[in-house]
Design a protein around this ligand. Structure first.
Ligand code: FAD
Length: 559
């Protein structure tokens, strides 16, 4: 296997979602040579997931709100957030929201103020929508820069480092050829890892590959056990985003036998109405509120029955009388998708949706590896054990800009390292060896089947309801894949190279997630352990994961 070509640029941006677009535009405007690489197309990832109506961005109101907003983030994070990043967000977001238009995104301010998901205080919310139009706008804007190139359908498979400095990367391009990029800095903006779950509300291009690139280059991961699950529609249109605010008008949720699901799980002091009302205020599951029984009931039932069809909701007809913009936008959008919440049977189930944890960064997106930045959902950003709604899109803007600014400064001081063809070839050979350094086994699964099995394992064992036994069992199954899967043949064949890389990443990412879930023997925020159902102050620390000399270490630290 050979490197087919070498490309030289100053900065490589990995990812064509909101954060990648923002960082790329900033760098291009500073006259930096930028190459953006995206697994699928420009304006992709969770940012432009087509089965959702809109995305919200929450914005600091005024000077007085700074401390209040910061405190909202802090309270909700259950001590697991990065203070410096939260402070940067609260300070910068009022200016960054004005810059949406510069990257082709129409951000419409909702009338009045609204409490974002989990928020204690109302603020301005900006709604982003119309994904296809945004894609066209971004293309037009990017075309204005001669110093900006985009490679679509291209996967970054490895980063090249000399000492502690990033000097390049290996890509698999749209023709499945290996390409070497020579660059001085890399901004990873590759999103989360939702697609590692069987049921998820993400496109298939967010699969944790950026987490592995960062970890293998020497960066650390943190908070990986805090994954957001939200109810999603299973019937009549699978994988459609569910608006939790509609639960305000929900009378009941029933199982396949027609039994009320909540009756079986609610403690005596919480009424069904109270549980549904609280649940209508937040999208993702949280252990921190009494509405937790809603999601626990669904997932526990699925684990026991293996029935994944979902649970039927019964709504009051008044739902469609609510004229608030927030309701109207969502219900009209559902109508376009031929979904009607009171006229049709509508079923929901928990879906994996966003990762709160990720690459550990500072307030400029720096990872501790020279020239390597991580931004957007890939990074452990301002959120902790829970994530306040409307801050992830905003964080793409805030840290997209900050990383580009710092990268520009870095480029002024760093000496360019020239990579020879031999360097690239040597790196590629090492990469191939590392992918395939396992012993042959009896395993008869195809790579696609193995990927499907990992998704199944993750969904049943690493979902909202977790336990030591199930996590141990899941880890055992993953380690059998790790020691028994050979990718050499897949790499030889050009058409299955990307599959080989994906299969290997799935094994690694799944192992890391399950191990992190097992390490945290308590329940906190998005992380719920049925065998440790309470928050435990001895776990008031964050779980850091790093890789040294091929060994992964998991350490709880006050950092
Ligand atoms: C259904 C849903 C609703 C949401 N609602 C909200 C909301 O209302 N408000 C809010 O703030 N947040 C919301 N979020 C979260 C928010 O949308 C995301 O966190 C954010 O958009 C992520 O942007 P990103 O640029 O970091 O990554 P993404 O948009 O996921 O982009 C990742 C990019 O990286 C590329 N990529 C990945 N790996 C590689 C690789 N190895 N090589 C090359 N390219 C690669 C992908 O192709 C893609 O282009 C929601 C998420 C979902 C799924």
């Amino acid at each position: 296997m050979e490197i087919s070509q070498k490309i030289t640029t100053e900065v490589l941006v990995v990812g064509g979602g909101l954060s990648g677009i923002k960082a790329t535009k900033e760098l291009a405007s500073m006259n930096r040579d930028v190459l953006m690489v995206t697994k699928t197309k420009l304006a992709s990832g969770s940012s432009f997931y087509p089965l959702k109506a809109s995305l919200g961005t929450q914005v600091t109101k005024d000077e007085e709100d700074h401390n209040i907003f910061f405190k909202d983030i802090e309270d909700l994070s259950r001590g697991m957030h990065s203070r410096n990043l939260a402070e940067a967000y609260v300070k910068d977001i009022p200016e960054r929201v004005k810059e949406y238009k510069d990257i082709g995104v129409q951000a419409k301010k909702l009338e009045g103020e609204r409490k974002a998901c989990f928020a204690n205080h109302p603020r301005d919310i900006y709604l982003l929508s119309d994904w296809d139009q945004i894609r066209e706008n971004v293309k037009e804007i990017f075309n204005q820069y001669d110093n900006l190139n985009v490679m679509q359908k291209t996967v970054v498979v490895s980063l090249i480092k000399k000492e502690n400095q990033i000097v390049g990367a290996i890509l698999l391009d749209d023709k499945n050829e290996f390409v070497m990029v020579e660059c001085q800095a890399v901004i990873l903006a590759s999103g989360g890892f939702g697609s590692i779950y069987k049921h998820n509300l993400n496109p298939a291009d967010v699969d944790g590959s950026g987490h592995m690139l960062a970890l293998e280059a020497g960066a650390s991961l943190v908070n990986m056990e805090f994954i957001q699950f939200i109810p999603g529609i299973t019937t009549p249109r699978y994988k459609t985003l569910f608006g939790e605010h509609t639960l305000m008008y929900c009378r009941d949720i029933i199982d396949e036998q027609g039994e009320s699901l909540l009756d079986q799980y609610l403690p005596e002091n919480i009424s069904k109405k109270d549980c549904l009302e609280i649940r209508s205020t937040h999208g993702p599951f949280t252990h921190s509120l009494e509405s937790k029984y809603f999601d626990i009931a669904m997932m526990d039932n699925i684990i026991k029955t293996k029935n994944e069809n979902g649970f039927t909701l019964f709504y009051e007809d008044e739902l469609y009388d609510n004229e608030e913009e927030f309701y109207k936008v969502y219900l009209d959008w559902l109508k376009e998708k031929n979904v009607h919440l009171t006229k049709q049977e509508v079923k929901i189930a928990p879906f994996a949706h966003a990762s709160n944890g990720g690459v550990f960064i500072d307030e400029y997106g720096r990872t501790g590896v020279e020239g390597l930045y991580a931004i957007g959902e890939l990074s452990a950003n301002i959120e902790g054990a829970n994530r306040l709604g409307g801050n992830s899109t905003g964080a793409c803007m805030v840290f997209g800009k900050r990383s580009a600014f710092d990268c520009d400064q870095y480029l002024q001081s760093v000496k360019a390292y020239r990579l020879s063809e031999a360097d690239g070839q040597e790196h590629l050979e090492q990469l191939i060896k590392s992918i395939d350094s396992v012993s042959p086994s009896e395993n008869k699964l195809t790579a696609n089947k193995m990927i499907d099995q990992i998704k199944e394992i993750m969904w049943y064992h690493g979902n909202v309801v977790r336990s030591e036994d199930r996590l141990k069992d899941a880890l055992k199954q993953i380690s059998e894949f790790e020691s028994g899967f050979m990718f050499a043949d897949l790499l030889e064949n050009k058409h299955s190279r990307k599959l080989a890389i994906k299969g290997r990443n799935f094994i690694k990412v799944a192992g890391i997630l399950l191990q992190a879930m097992q390490e945290r023997k308590e329940s906190r925020g998005a992380h719920y352990r049925e065998d440790y159902p309470a928050e435990d102050s001895s776990y008031d620390k964050r779980l850091f994961i790093s890789k040294r000399d091929e060994t992964l270490s998991y350490n709880f630290l006050y950092q």
